[in-house]
Design a protein around this ligand. Structure first.
Ligand code: ZN
Length: 200
């Protein structure tokens, strides 16, 4: 079942190994920040630097894997209709806007014993950061069109935080909702019982 993240909001949920998370931009040009922890050991968390290093690119898309601070695969990107996301910038903070992605993540991670200082660089779905040959960067409007989506598959049991970004500039002037869905038996729905056997 598809769920709606209201503009400028966030959520936290568990994603089991093998489950898929679909994040969809219903109106276009809307960013969604993602951060995650190993649900079995919260000291293991998403690492931008590790992921950029191991994928040899700053622009992660279908076929790339998001790694942890301990070099373990956390999420694999299995579908991506947009093709442009950011993994360099931290979530927007209370210095930028209120409520911010960092605040929204912190509020929803807190009941799990996660301190806001433990939230590092997020995978910024649909965020468009242009990089010049001299290394200078600038935030441009997202390339995502209405209905664009990205699908991740969990490589371990995860606690995932997700936002609908609150920063107007990042979202071309308007903060909009984000839709998401956890796909469990989702892929096997169109298969017969026999074909579905063994999919887990
Ligand atoms: Zn944000």
């Amino acid at each position: 079942m598809e769920r709606v993240l209201a503009p400028r909001s966030g959520i936290c949920f568990s994603l089991k190994k093998g489950q898929r998370l679909k994040v969809m931009d219903p109106y276009g040009e809307q960013v969604s920040d993602l951060y995650c922890f190993n649900s079995e050991d919260l000291k293991e968390s998403l690492s931008s630097g590790r992921s950029i290093d191991y994928n040899d690119t700053i622009f992660l898309t279908t076929g790339h894997t998001l790694y942890s601070n301990r070099c373990s695969a956390m999420l694999r990107i299995v579908e991506d209709s947009c093709g442009r996301h950011d993994f360099m910038l931290t979530p927007c903070s209370s210095e930028d806007c209120h409520p911010s992605c960092h605040e929204n993540l912190a509020i929803h991670f807190a009941p799990h014993g996660i301190h806001d200082d433990d939230i590092s660089t997020t995978f910024n779905i649909f965020m468009n950061v242009e990089v010049e040959p001299n290394g200078s960067i600038r935030i441009e409007k997202p390339k995502s069109l209405a209905g664009d989506q990205i699908v991740f598959e969990a490589c371990m049991d995860l606690l995932v935080g997700l936002t609908a970004c609150s920063h107007e500039q990042t979202n071309n002037g308007h903060c909009k909702p984000i839709h998401f869905e956890i796909l469990t038996g989702g892929f096997s729905e169109s298969l017969t019982q026999g074909q579905a056997t063994g999919l887990g």
